[in-house]
Ligand binder design. Structure first.
Ligand code: SME
Length: 159
């Protein structure tokens, strides 16, 4: 089992991490470096993060996501738009909060230990979808509005 956080504790941890990410990324323009660093800092800041990473919109196959920088066990390499939780976030442009991934139609089980998940779409300054950010937990119902608000703010400010 891991550290169980109240919504208030989560909020304040996200506030600290937001500042840390902004400071570490300051002046760095390389997209891979930015994504790898965001995923690393978040993954190590929260106990309920089991798999953490980006799936990028593939410029060669714009209806497909391809795995990018991540932390955790081996992830699936490709996800078509519309399939699973990541595919739903990419197709809709909306954050997906899933308490029980096994109840989600089409869920893609890259690691059978994943039980709940949040996926946040990532847009560039021009408003184009460039990626989704996927966090899985190995316990049910681990993500809530504090995660949504924290992650949406970090990703909006970072790309
Ligand atoms: N569970 C995800 C697939 C990606 S992995 O969990 C790393 C989904 O259904 O989108």
């Amino acid at each position: 089992m891991y550290e169980v956080m109240t919504p208030e504790q989560k909020k304040s941890r996200y506030a600290e991490v937001t500042k840390e990410i902004a400071a570490v990324l300051d002046g760095e323009t390389n997209l891979t470096a930015r994504m790898a660093t965001i995923g690393n800092i978040l993954h190590h800041a929260f106990d309920h993060y089991f798999w953490t990473g980006f799936y990028l919109v593939d410029p060669e196959k714009p209806n497909e996501l391809v795995v990018g920088p991540y932390q955790g066990s081996m992830g699936c390499l490709r996800i078509p738009f519309g399939k699973g939780v990541c595919g739903a976030a990419a197709a809709s442009g909306e954050t997906q909060l899933v308490d029980d991934v096994n109840a989600f139609p089409d869920h893609i089980a890259c690691d059978a230990r994943s039980e709940s998940e949040i996926v946040v779409p990532v847009f560039n300054r021009a408003g184009d979808l460039i990626a989704v950010f996927d966090v899985d937990s190995d316990d049910k119902a681990q993500f809530d509005e504090a995660d949504r608000d924290g992650l949406e703010a970090i990703l909006k400010a970072s790309f």
